[in-house]
Design a protein around this ligand. Sequence first.
Ligand SMILES: [Ca+2]
Ligand SMILES: [Ca+2]
Ligand SMILES: [Ca+2]
Ligand SMILES: [Ca+2]
Length: 183
Amino acid sequence: MLSQLLERKYTHLFDIYDSDNNGWIEAADYMHHVKMVTEVRGIPADSPAYKQFEEDTMVRWEQLCGIADRDGDGRISRQEYLESAEVRYYMSKGEDLVAHCEVEYGSLFDLFDTDGNGYITVEEYRDITKIFGLEDVDHAAVFARLDLDGDGTISREEMMQLLADFFYRNDPDAPGNLLFGQF
Ligand SMILES: [Ca+2]
Ligand SMILES: [Ca+2]
Ligand SMILES: [Ca+2]
Ligand SMILES: [Ca+2]
């Protein structure tokens, strides 16, 4: 059984991914995500970069389906999502959490780091909150808490700590809980 806190966090993330709020994560939600990311990054719909991002995103969708779509109906219910998150949670037990995060959720860093220079700025974080539909997040205040060493950016190492907080830790005060806004 997952703790209440973990279940709330995973449910919150499910709701973000389920961009049309129909109760399932589907390929259409991932396509919406592609549209939002490329719009924010200023990538034209007919460019090779768009095609590439679309392809990469569909690979991630297939991967999620492979793990989470237990009944094989081509979409992920909330229950299926929670079960797959729980499996990953128990797989992390006794492991180095940061290393585990790099394998399971490392692609999230690349999503946040829009220009790919190896760290996340407050502007990039603001863009992500927009992409995720978190319009009411005070991104500057949240960013200040996520920037663990206070140097003004989020490094890959910090991001893995934050992801470990979010996905694997039961501490209600852990900064990484705020990574995807309030829940
Ligand atoms: Ca949906
Ligand atoms: Ca399913
Ligand atoms: Ca960056
Ligand atoms: Ca930092």
